[in-house]
Design a protein around this ligand. Sequence first.
Ligand SMILES: [Zn+2]
Length: 133
Amino acid sequence: MASVHIYRPAVACKSKTRAKCPDCREESIFVGFHVVWHGWDDTCLRCGRSFADGEWMELAFQRGIRSKMISRARRRWRETDAPVIKRTVVSPDDTGTEQSEGKRERAPAGAAQRSGANSTEERAAEAARTTNT
Ligand SMILES: [Zn+2]
């Protein structure tokens, strides 16, 4: 007799990270949960926008959805029993050039390469530096 199995992967770790939100464009705190195979699910505690593994998530067309998302993230933070880890990068940059740069590490190990590089030239220079070391 087969039993009903609800697919609900466990959160491997969680993080609270300060970063500039691409949506509200302000310095904010992101609450993130990492699920194996799914990656990071981060929510901006300022505007409620969430990002799944770096991709902007759609906000439901609903009154007060942003504050709902914020309280949902806060509640999930309280209720999730997972180790807290430190990350330096949470959200994608808002330029949409992520794909054009080819394969990029998902792990936040090389996080420094992202800091403050705004123009394409800066990015290229940054990339060259990081690959040479
Ligand atoms: Zn935000």
